[in-house]
Design a protein around this ligand. Structure first.
Ligand code: FIX
Ligand code: ZN
Length: 409
């Protein structure tokens, strides 16, 4: 490697040994605070909407889906059981009678381990006693600390009455929980008057100050299209995004209710059409889009689309993609095609403590992908410094997102 004598970098700062490079990447990736750009979490001030503890963790829909594959119980019977009984059954099925190798099951192990709880216990006594003893606000602080999460974006439905009542009664809520305006229920309702919805949304945005507007879309989403969704997008969603300078988050590729008996665990996925996003980006250059696709098959096309449109920011390895083998593949692909201009992961956490495992696991895969990238760079003749690694990781974990939502309102 040639090191120019005119280079402003102190030669001793260069990480020229692979082992040293790996150690630095690991330290920086595991300790840099992350802004979690999409979750379903609520702060304790939102009472029953704030989910936490072992029973909520074990009845997460990722795990109920796995339980139905093994336990000899009908879904009807399962849903009739109390949450505690459901959690007991999930524990026995996936953790006692079987080895918890799936990503979601291993996640529970990571959470228990973080709190020093026996991960091989025969029942949930110890875990329940521990989580029941936690004071909600202190527990949030502890979880954010362990996960090195600086903030989370909630998913807020302006048409949900319970949520609306809690917003109105909530005493000053924890500011680390940022709001986002989720519009699925609007787009599923073809019967609305665009003008009055716009007034309603303007009002909501002014009161709640969301960081972005968001929509999940089915695998067969097309743009343009001759349907009610297209009209609402053009007449309500996109003009509102423009007016309030709010980024629009699109989560594409879900097939809701593939097996409705499984309730939240019954959704599937499908390969979607990335040209819909290309057209949106081309037609609305002044709108910033945050986009994630659910199908592995769409990931390469999304990267290529992002190279063509600077108003397109790929984010996350969503839901069925959130497994080490796939996160690893997608993250490497993104580094190779997009440099550091993407948001590698979001947690999609529904239960507070999931932040611990989702970020622990994601950081490991992101660090491994980064080692490779820097090592390849080193082999090509350019070493990096710890400062550069920090700069890159800060961009990936918060900078890119902050830039996207930085709107002069
Ligand atoms: O639409 C979404 O935001 C999805 O993330 C959820 O609906 C889904 O149930 C989920 O939790 C996936 O992680
Ligand atoms: Zn989600």
């Amino acid at each position: 490697m040639v090191i120019s004598t005119e280079s402003r970098t102190n030669v001793s700062d260069l990480l020229t040994h692979p082992a040293e490079l790996r150690a630095q990447v690991e330290i920086i990736v595991s300790s840099t605070p992350v802004m979690d750009v999409h979750t379903h979490l609520f702060p304790p001030e939102f009472n029953e909407l704030c989910l936490a503890g072992i029973d909520e963790l074990l009845t997460y829909h990722y795990l109920t889906a796995e339980t139905f594959r093994t336990a000899t119980i009908s879904s009807e019977k399962f849903w009739d059981m109390s949450k505690t009984d459901q959690a007991d059954l999930v524990w026995k099925t996936l953790f006692v009678d079987n080895t918890p190798t799936s990503e979601a099951a291993r996640g529970i192990v990571s959470v228990l381990d973080a709190f020093g709880i026996d991960t091989r216990a025969a029942d949930l006594k110890e875990a329940r006693a521990f989580f029941n003893s936690r004071k909600p606000r202190e527990h949030v602080d502890r979880v954010f600390d362990i996960a090195h999460v600086s903030g989370v974006v909630m998913t807020n439905d302006p048409f949900d009455d319970t949520e609306e009542q809690l917003w109105n009664s909530a005493v000053e809520a924890d500011r680390r929980f940022r709001s986002s305006l989720r519009l699925d229920s609007l787009l599923n309702n073809s019967d609305v008057d665009p003008a009055s919805v716009r007034v309603f949304l303007d009002n909501w945005i002014q009161r709640r100050n969301p960081v972005y507007m968001a929509l999940s879309l089915p695998a067969d989403f097309k743009f343009p299209s001759d349907n009610a969704r297209d009209r609402l997008l053009r007449e309500v969603v996109l003009p509102t995004a423009k007016q309030h300078r709010l980024a629009l988050t699109l989560m594409i590729g879900v097939r809701r209710g593939v097996n409705p008996k499984l309730r939240e665990a019954g959704d599937g996925l499908g390969k979607a059409d990335v040209t819909a996003v290309e057209r949106l980006c081309a037609e609305y250059p002044e709108v910033k889009f945050l986009v994630t696709f659910l199908s592995r098959e769409n990931q390469h096309e999304l990267c290529v689309a992002a190279r063509k449109f600077s108003n397109l920011m790929p984010f996350g390895c969503w839901w069925f993609l959130n497994n080490p083998s796939i996160v690893s593949e997608i993250t490497r692909e993104r580094f190779e095609l997009l440099g550091q201009r993407f948001i590698p992961q979001h947690s999609d956490a529904r239960v507070l403590e999931q932040l611990i495992y989702k970020w622990k696991h994601a950081r490991r895969d992101i660090a491994a992908a980064l080692w490779d990238v820097y090592e390849q760079l080193l082999n090509s003749g350019r070493a990096v410094t710890a400062e550069e690694i920090s700069r890159d990781v800060n961009r990936l974990f918060s900078g890119n997102f902050n830039e996207w939502i930085r709107a002069e309102k």
